[in-house]
Ligand binder design. Structure first.
Ligand SMILES: O=C(O)CCC(=O)C(=O)O
Ligand SMILES: [Fe+2]
Length: 415
């Protein structure tokens, strides 16, 4: 009963089979133009039956196609089933949806972060884990475990508001863009790579996987609205492997990847996905166990500094008055996620629950998960790690430590 919220989520509808060569014409708009984008084969995603179509474009101004030019490759794959896509679309088209501008220092988009919608985030992150990140890794010949989500956000383009995005390089090695609404619902738009002769728009529910280290822009839209889910993905690997990827990028006219941020998983966006990575890397079966392992310094992600998270976990352990194994006595004491949630909610005077309430205010409520307590109860494992990233570090300490709660202002992301 305590996990009704997650268990009752509707199953994802089956994703369509994907034939890049046959379907390519659907991606390029206007379809009849130069036709510079070509299907260049496909790769199988690691540990998944999903195939990623590879597209390659000719040089701007030249009709000539220069062969399997890997770094002008964009991977394309179906990602969102019809149901999840409809859920997301009804979320981002809500009249009271709060869009932000200026979260990114350079070339800001009109956007809002995925993690602020935990129910959608939970489903999207599962797909990032099982499909998109393995696909992205396959396109660039790296390991999925070397990829972390640095930022993931919904974007809106609209004439009269922000209708385009100037030419830029992204701040991480890799990027993805998921098309949320149907391309028929807007005019213009698409992602234009400086090296390609025409912009690319993938069908609704599909993802484009690419290196944002190639200059690109969001083409102006002239009617309707264009909704995307965009993600920046950092690449964490030994120097030798990073150098090989950088060389490939530079040879093909892109920029080398910036050094991945030395910050651990404490950046907020994409935390759910990163949390899944942590769980996997630690072998932990629950968030609670993960916190114990973190405190004991036993979690290792290749080439990622998890020390600050470990410090945080240890600090919590100290707060609880026991280092092990009763770390998080609050959780133990309450016995179940539901009881824990109820306790949190009843402590209305603590800053922690105010923080949670604030979070919920930014979360669309759904039929499956109508109350904060059912949400908390169902997600209680990942909350332990997630809360820190959400800027609610003290929620775990239900009573007695409210005075120490100090929400940090959101850090502006950098494109
Ligand atoms: O609008 C697009 O297609 C490009 C978006 C983009 O490059 C970004 O958000 O960094
Ligand atoms: Fe970009």
């Amino acid at each position: 009963r305590s996990s009704t919220c997650v268990a009752s989520l509707p199953p994802l509808s089956l994703l369509p089979d994907f034939h890049p060569a046959r379907e390519l014409k659907r991606f390029v708009r206007p379809a009849a133009r130069a036709g510079l984008w070509r299907a260049a084969g496909s790769v199988a995603a690691h540990g998944s039956s999903v195939r990623v179509g590879l597209l390659s474009a000719g040089l701007a101004g030249s009709a000539e196609h220069s062969g399997p030019d890997r770094m002008r490759l964009v991977g394309v794959m179906p990602l969102l089933g019809q149901r999840l896509r409809a859920t997301i679309l009804s979320l981002v088209t809500r009249r009271d949806f709060v869009w932000s501008r200026g979260r990114h220092r350079h070339h800001p988009t009109t956007d809002q972060q995925l993690y602020r919608f935990p129910l959608v985030d939970a489903r999207v992150s599962a797909l990032l884990q099982s499909r998109l990140m393995p696909g992205l890794a396959a396109v660039f010949g790296v390991q999925p475990s070397q990829l972390l989500v640095h930022d993931a956000f919904f974007v809106k383009y609209e004439p009269g508001a922000q209708a385009s995005l100037g030419r830029h390089a992204d701040g991480t090695c890799f990027s993805f863009i998921v098309q949320i609404n149907r391309p028929e619902e807007f005019d213009g738009g698409g992602t234009l790579f400086a090296l390609a002769g025409e912009p690319l728009t993938v069908p609704a529910g599909f993802a484009m996987l690419f290196s944002g280290r190639f200059l690109h822009e969001g083409v102006n839209i002239t009617a309707g609205a264009r909704y995307l889910l965009t993600g920046f993905v950092s690449f964490h690997a030994p120097e030798r492997e990073r150098a090989a990827v950088n060389e490939m990028l530079e040879q093909r006219g892109g920029f080398a990847c910036p050094r991945p941020p030395d910050r651990p998983l404490s950046f907020a966006p994409g935390v759910r996905y990163n949390y899944l990575q942590l769980l996997r890397a630690s072998g932990a079966s629950s968030g609670e166990r993960l916190v114990q392992l973190l405190a004991a310094g036993q979690v290792r992600l290749p080439h990622v500094n998890v020390e600050p998270l470990a410090l945080w976990a240890t600090w919590h352990a100290k707060q609880a008055g026991k280092l092990e194994p009763g770390l998080h006595w609050n959780l133990h004491r309450h016995g179940s996620g539901r009881a824990f949630a109820a306790s949190v909610l009843s402590a209305t005077s603590t800053a922690g629950s105010a923080c949670m309430q604030h979070l919920w205010n930014h979360t669309f409520s759904s039929k499956e998960c109508p109350t904060l307590s059912s949400y908390l109860a169902a997600r209680y494992d990942s909350l332990v790690v997630g809360l820190q990233a959400w800027g609610c570090p003290m929620l775990i300490v239900v009573r007695g430590a409210a005075g120490q709660y100090s929400p940090k202002p959101e850090q502006p992301g950098q494109r």
